[in-house]
Design a protein around this ligand. Sequence first.
Ligand SMILES: [Zn+2]
Length: 202
Amino acid sequence: MTLRGYIAAVLAGLALFTPVAAEANTTIIAPPESGSPYQAWIEAAMVPTPELSVEIVESDRNDPAWPCEGTDYPDPVGCVVPSERRIFGEPRAINRSFVFHELGHIFDSAVLTDWDRERFSALARIPMPWWYEPSRWHQAPAEYFAESYALCAIVGPRIYFPRMTRPDDSWIKPRQHYQICTLIQRASERHRPYGAASRAKG
Ligand SMILES: [Zn+2]
């Protein structure tokens, strides 16, 4: 076994003792008739989720309260209002990737510090303002962060092939992905330094 293989084996062993559920801090509020197991997705997340209640509103553009217009993205099937901790989406469009992407925006707003954002931009090699110019908002570091958060939550920090193609067709190398997932983990730990004790305050 190479040293690298040994380290990977040790880390894998440690991972067995890490209760994943302890990192699932988000309580989902969703319609009782919803067909999507949102809370189960949260419980299975492989990075910490923000310590908040998040409402998922299954709706569409015919709803007067639909807030998802006004971006440059044509006909959005959903969006998030981070300050309200609410995710809006058309039921046909809501899947695990969608929910964790939007939850990534909430994690950004609730947990990340400016230092974390600078560090992320450096790791992702996007030396641009966090929210880029409106016509290219989808290339903003904030969007890339939300995508990265979703990948870390669903795939976990380790990928075993030379690179992973992201939903926007850009790609990421295993080391870069691991560092980004670690940054998310550490940002969460710094935000909740007393772990379960801080949770008990409600
Ligand atoms: Zn987004």
